[in-house]
Design a protein around this ligand. Sequence first.
Ligand code: ZN
Ligand code: ZN
Length: 107
Amino acid sequence: MNCFLHGNSSAVAVCKTCGKGVCSVCAIDKGVAVTCSDTCANEAAVLHEMNQRGKKIYGLTGAKSSLPSGVIVWTLFCLFFIGLQYSGTLRTTRSSPSSSDLGCFAA
Ligand SMILES: [Zn+2]
Ligand SMILES: [Zn+2]
């Protein structure tokens, strides 16, 4: 691939934002990504910022907590409902024969 501005210079990188090939003269490296212009550099910085926020939301940054609190709450919530359902099934299976036994005793 050649630089999109300098057709005879070979590209050293591809713009992170628009995908154009850039030579060493055109490449703008702002630390987060190599881009072809200031516009693309700003765009890449915004995208990078969004990525970082996304990682924080999903708990992908920092190793102090392996699970984000949202997942823990959700798991507890599910376990609570599974428990409710399980105890409910036990009660109905147990109570139906015993009530008929009581009915036999009453009659
Ligand atoms: Zn670009
Ligand atoms: Zn160039």
